[in-house]
Design a protein around this ligand. Sequence first.
Ligand SMILES: C[S@@+](CC[C@H](N)C(=O)[O-])C[C@H]1O[C@@H](n2cnc3c(N)ncnc32)[C@H](O)[C@@H]1O
Length: 337
Amino acid sequence: MKSEYLVYLVCPKCEGGFEISKIYDINNDEIRSGLLLCSRCGASYEIIRSIPRFVPIENYASGFGLEWTKHKKTQYDTYTGLKLSEQRFFEETKWDRNLQGESILEVGSGAGRFTEQAAKTGAFIVSMDYSYSVDTNYEMNGHNGNVFIVQADIYSMPFKKALFDKLFCMGVLQHTPDPCKAFMSLLPYVKDGGSLVIDVYKKTISVYLAGKYYVRPLTRNIDPEKLYKLTKRYVDFMWPICSQIRRIPKVGRMINWALLVADYSNRGLKGQLLKEWAYLDTFDMLSPHYDYPQSIRAVKKWFQKAGLADVEVKYGYNGIEGRGRVVRRKASLSSQE
Ligand SMILES: C[S@@+](CC[C@H](N)C(=O)[O-])C[C@H]1O[C@@H](n2cnc3c(N)ncnc32)[C@H](O)[C@@H]1O
């Protein structure tokens, strides 16, 4: 990290400001290894491999760390040659393509396929994740002068309040222990009038048809490295069968998903790319510690409770997408009336 990025950070314990108390390794102005010290409460946090770490490197999300280490590029548009991440990012956020001068907080970046998209807008991107996938994101996007990557927890983020013009959190909330609480914890970081965009898995009748919820109680407790090997073997074994099933009109892909093989053949992926996505997303179904899909009613209630304006919650990317504008002053004025 660069020392100038301190302006975004506060101590997650007391909201005090930081100083860089030790630098062990620096390259030009990039601090590769050092120590952040809170000038108020004295708490200290390490900078390791250029990333400030506010949580242990290994934690309940280590399965994601492994997933995004094995599949650094798999979902990047620059790798697939498709525009899947670009399309999803701009269609879901409905943000302009030029956001020069703005700042955006990304919560739960994974390998950083959306960090790349956000950075293209010219805005300054602060991107965080709980897992060690931040190392992959740093490898992929850390060279950008407008990207700052942090390892932290959604429930206790080390950022200044009301600082960001925009915040997005895609594919994350269902993987936290309490998705509603996680959603609420996003609000303080957005400026008054700023935009907040989330998506979350949907809970409909189809959840009961999804094979993954029957096997997850077992698989989510398997060591990620071991589970990844088992997943790969399973996908390899099933591949010839799934390739035939896929040909069944209308329901072929759905059958493959029910058989626990992620099938993205409807997205223009073919051959080895299609198989890579199958390894990645089959593991992604089986490994997360938490997987709590939400009903659209519940998500609408979150937005209502948060008092956001211009709210739109609908079925869409990743299940349910929600957008709104933070209107902190109006909300606090009306609560005083
Ligand atoms: C399915 S991945 C989505 C990654 C990325 N947004 C994408 O769509 O490619 C979910 C991410 O949520 C992160 N996550 C889970 N719990 C979290 C928490 N408490 N705080 C921050 N991130 C968390 C995981 O580490 C993981 O990288």
